[in-house]
Design a protein around this ligand. Sequence first.
Ligand code: NCD
Length: 358
Amino acid sequence: MARLTEIEWEKFEELPLEAKRPYLERSVGDSMPYHTLFAQQFDRPLLDRLVALSNRIRFIAKSREGSLFLKSFLSHKRAMLYFSQPSSRTFLSHLAACQILGLTTGSVRDAATSSEFKGESREDSIRTFSSYFDMIIMRSPEQGLAEKMAWELSNSDRPIPILNAGSGKDQHPTQALLDIYTLVRSFETKGGLDGRTVTFCGDLLRGRTVRSLSYLLTNFKDVKQIFVAPKELQVPEDVTAILAEKGVPFEITDDLRAATRVSDAIYMTRIQDEWDSAKGESAKIDTSRFKFGAEELACLGPDGIIMHPLPRRDEIATCCDRDPRAMYWRQMRNGMWIRTALIAATFGLEKDILNCGY
Ligand code: NCD
C-alpha cells in the first residue's frame, strides 16, 4: 500500500522529487512504484528489473499459449485511460499493454466529453474513475496534476495506482523508460550503455521527454549528454543543475554534425509549438540546423542510433528511415513491452512472471 496517506498534500508537494519517492512505492522494502509519476522514482536496480521483466514478457508473448497465459494475469482488473491531451503512441501502447495482460479498459480522451465539462472538479472526476477501475493511466497538459490525483486517491477509500503518461512540459516517465529500454537493447551486445554519449536535439526547453530521459541517464555510469538546440529552445537550467550536481558531463552547443560525430545516440525532438505564448512564436526561430538528414547520417558512427519519441515533423528526413541505425520504429514497439512490464510490476506480478515456467 502506498504511504501517501502519511503526509499532507501541502508538505508532499514541496518535497524535492527524490524525497517523494518512498511515498510512492508499492510496499515497504520494494522500491517498485505504486504510482508512477516522475523519472526520479527509478534508479539503476529498478531500471534493470524493468528491462529484465520486459524481455521476459516479450519472450513469453511470442507463442499463442504464452499470450493466453499473460492475459490470464489481470483479466479480473480494469484500467482507465484518461488522456486530456493529444496522443497516438502513448495511448495505444498503454492500451496494448493492458490488453497483453488481460486488463479491460475504458477511456476519456477529451475532457469535453466527461462531466468536467459540466463543471465537475478533476478531483471528483478521478474519484469517479476509481469507482469503476483498478488503475488510471493519465495524460494532462497540467504540470503536477497526476501527482495531486495520486495523493487524492491514496487518501480515498478506494486507492488505485496512477501512471503519468505525460504531464505538461514537465515529465513523461514511461517514455523515458522506453527510451532507456531502447538504448539498453541497442548496445546490449556492443558493450552496454555505460560510457556512451547521448545527444538531444530540437526543442529541449519544452520537451518533457528530454527532462525525464536526461534524468534516467544519470543512473548509468559515465554517460555524457550533449544538448543541441537554437538558443531560444536550449535545455532548461533545472535539467543541467541535476547533471552538475551528479557530476554528469554535459555540453551545450548548436552544432548537430559535430555532436553526431562523437555520439552513440541522437535523440531528435520536434518543436513543441503548442506551448507558444504568442501564436507563431516558434515559427520565428531558425530551426534549419537542428534537423537530421543524409549529411548528419554520414557523421554518425556505424554503431550509432537515431531515436525520436515521435511524432516527427521534418526533424528527421524520411531518407533515414530505412537505415539500420534508425531506431525510432523499434523504440515505439519497445514502449509497449516496457509499459506492459511496468503495469505488471505495479500490480505485484514481477516475480510471478519471472518465475513462471516459460
Ligand atoms: C511526446 C510527448 O507527448 O511528449 N510524444 C510521445 O509521447 N511519444 C513528444 C512530442 O509530442 O513531441
